[in-house]
Each structure stands twice: as C-alpha cells, then as structure tokens.
Design a protein around this ligand. Structure first.
Ligand code: ADP
Ligand code: MG
Length: 238
C-alpha cells in the first residue's frame, strides 16, 4: 500500500516552474532518496509534502487521504532540516519531547517514549545534557529522535547531514538506514551524496529542472538509466 501518492504536482513561483507535474508513489516503509542538481525542486517537493508550501496544482495523498490543503500538523509527517532547529537552551529530553508536550501526551508516557527513542538513536543516558554540549553527530541523532518520537507516517530529510564531515556523514547515513528499518517509518531523503544514497536507499528519485527523470531501484537506475541526464548525474560521484 502506498503511504504517499503525488499526482500532477506543480509549483510555480511567478514565471518560474520549480516543480513541473511530478507523479510518484511511495510504499509504506520505503527509504527513497531524492537526488538532483541544486535548484531542481527537491526542497520545494518536500515542503509541499510537509505542508509548508501550497502547490499551484496537483494533489498529495497520505494513506489515501487527500492532504493537499491540510495544515502541517494534520499530516503525520515530520521534517528534518540541515539547520536541525533544536532548542539550544533545552535538554536532550526536552527537545525530543517538545512536540509530545504540545499534543498533550502525559508525562509518564512521554518519559517512556523519550527513553525508547534515546535507545534507538544510541544516546541512552544523554537525556539531561544540554544541546550545546553535544557534538554535531549527536545533535543529528537528537533531531532524528524528535522526528520519529510521535510515530509519523513519513519523515522528510532535507540534506540534514550536509554540514558534517564526509566520514561522519556516511556513518550517519548508515545509521539512518538502520533506524528506518527498526522503526518501519517511511523516509524521503534529499541528498547530494549519490554514492551513499545508492547504498542506503530502496529507490532513488532523480529530478532535473523541476521534472522527474526517473524513480527506480538503485540497481535499475545504475544499469538502465532512463536518460542521458540520469546516467551522467549518477555517474558523477563526488
Ligand atoms: P533544490 O532544493 O533542488 O536545490 P528548490 O526546491 O529549493 O531546489 O528550488 C527550486 C527552484 O525554485 C529554484 O530555482 C529556486 O530558486 C526556486 N525557489 C524555491 N523557493 C522559492 C521561493 N520561495 N520563491 C521564489 N523561488 C523559489
Ligand atoms: Mg534544497
């Protein structure tokens, strides 16, 4: 069953067509990477799925429900940004539990779910630390825990690891894959790192200038690229 169905999705900014009639569906529990040059519409697609941007045309369905016009908090979708947007003056536990407080989850259950999340992201014992005492990689783990603690249907990642050095970035990408498998939550992951995307994804979506070039398994994209652009872009491992 598709957790996400995107139909004829389009976004114009004035004369600019940022997203040009994009269609795709994602299965429940899939890890799909989104690749494409800068300006190809990756962030705009994620922002429309999250509800931060209104499509010019087209529909977004989550588990068969049309959410195209629904506010972000009604979508069971969370987003992780490169900036992470953690609260530096709050503790790890307070950061992870912030949304649970807002949605009225009782304290006992909150504490239990935070502890469970800390285990999943391998930060057990860190609950009382302040965010500014953590390394970059540890902060990534907190942001991830916060994005999955309320059991969303989909987590959207907009190049969350771009600020880390290459080694840590690759390590965190494999961690993301492990956590995705452990939680079964669908991940849509925008990255510039073709090489690691190939290693961790079920499928990859390649965008060019607002249009979808290909959505296929890693093997198919590699063996049978749908266009010269895909072949060149995928071959261009940096
Ligand atoms: P990517 O994430 O692939 O780099 P974006 O989705 O951010 O690409 O942007 C796609 C295109 O839309 C770019 O040409 C960008 O300049 C333009 N764009 C994005 N957001 C806005 C906006 N709020 N107003 C005007 N143009 C925008
Ligand atoms: Mg972007």
């Amino acid at each position: 069953m598709s957790v996400l169905t995107i139909s004829d999705l389009r976004k114009e900014f004035g004369d600019l067509v940022a997203v040009d009639d994009v269609n795709f569906a994602v299965d429940d529990g899939e890890f799909v990477s989104i690749l494409g040059p800068s300006g190809s519409g990756k962030s705009t697609i994620l922002r429309m799925i999250a509800g931060f941007e209104t499509p010019t045309a087209g529909t977004i369905e989550i588990e068969g429900e049309n959410v195209t016009a629904a506010p972000p908090f009604d979508r069971e979708v969370n987003m992780v940004f490169q900036s992470l947007a953690l609260f530096p003056h709050l503790t790890v536990a307070e950061n992870i539990g912030y949304g649970l407080v807002e949605s009225g989850v009782p304290e006992d259950e909150r504490r239990e779910r935070i502890a469970e999340m800390l285990e999943v992201v391998e930060l057990s014992g860190y609950q009382d630390r302040n965010i500014d005492q953590l390394s970059g990689g540890e902060q990534q783990r907190v942001a991830l825990a916060r994005a999955i603690v309320n059991e969303p249907k989909i987590v959207l990642f907009d190049e969350p690891l771009a600020s880390l050095d290459r080694k840590l970035r690759q390590h965190m990408q494999f961690e993301l894959q492990r956590i995705q498998e452990e939680t079964g939550i669908t991940f849509l992951y925008v990255t510039h790192d073709q090489e690691v995307a190939m290693a961790v994804s079920d499928r990859m979506l390649v965008l060019n200038d607002g249009e979808m070039e290909q959505l296929d398994s890693v093997e198919t994209i590699y063996d049978k690229p749908a266009s010269k652009f895909v072949a060149q872009f995928i071959g261009d491992i940096n």
